[in-house]
Design a protein around this ligand. Structure first.
Ligand code: MN3
Length: 209
């Protein structure tokens, strides 16, 4: 099983009250785990692809054998997106980023509040299941968007947006329905209290090289 499920970097109840323990437990141990298992099962049919990393798989979807291409797209995306999602959250977090990322957000969107509003709108408006993103687009500019299913900006030529991901929110119903039912906007509102901006700043710095 070359693709592994990373442990959560905090306790299941660490993100209360914005993400409740039961949701986090099911989301990580059942949903996220299932994407990892399904990806390994798909890759077992083509062992020559089994030691590629997630990012290489996603960047080369057109070269992945056709009989597993959709499974790889859905489950490599499902694995990678959740890896990033959990990694960017923390207890006692939130607030605003600093340094060059904040300056770029202000330059790109007007101010931090306008950025939040635009990100919320993209995440809430994503039809059915998907993800909301802040990313650096292929022209090097900060951009906001959303993807259906488990697509992400690294799926070059396959997804509707392309670039380097910096921040992501899961808007599948499994991410919020137990606590928030149909109130996706309330869930996304609470997400801001969990963002570990130091990690996002690190991704920004790495992407800027
Ligand atoms: Mn999810």
């Amino acid at each position: 099983m070359p693709i592994k499920l990373p442990d959560l970097p905090y306790a299941y109840n660490a993100l209360e009250p914005f993400m409740d323990e039961q949701t986090v437990r099911l989301h990580h141990d059942k949903h996220h785990a299932a994407y990892v298992n399904n990806l390994n099962a798909a890759l077992d049919k083509h062992p020559e692809w089994h030691n590629k990393g997630l990012e290489e798989l996603m960047a080369n979807l057109k070269a992945v054998p056709e009989d597993i291409r959709t499974a790889v797209r859905n489950n490599a995306g499902g694995t990678w997106n959740h890896n990033l999602y959990w990694d960017l959250l923390a207890a006692n977090a939130g607030g605003q980023p600093g340094g060059e990322l904040l300056a770029d957000i202000q330059k790109s969107f007007g101010d931090f509040a306008a950025f939040q509003q635009k990100f919320n709108a993209a995440a809430v408006a994503q039809f059915a299941s998907g993800w909301g993103w802040l990313f650096i687009d292929d022209k090097g500019k900060l951009a906001i968007g959303s993807t259906p299913g488990h697509d992400n900006p690294l799926m070059s030529g396959a997804a509707n947006i392309s670039g380097k991901p910096l921040l992501v929110v899961d808007v599948w119903e499994h991410a919020y329905y137990l606590k928030f039912q149909n109130r996706r906007a309330d869930f996304v509102g609470g997400f801001w209290s969990l963002i570990n901006w130091k990690k996002v700043e690190g991704l920004y710095a790495a992407a800027r090289g």
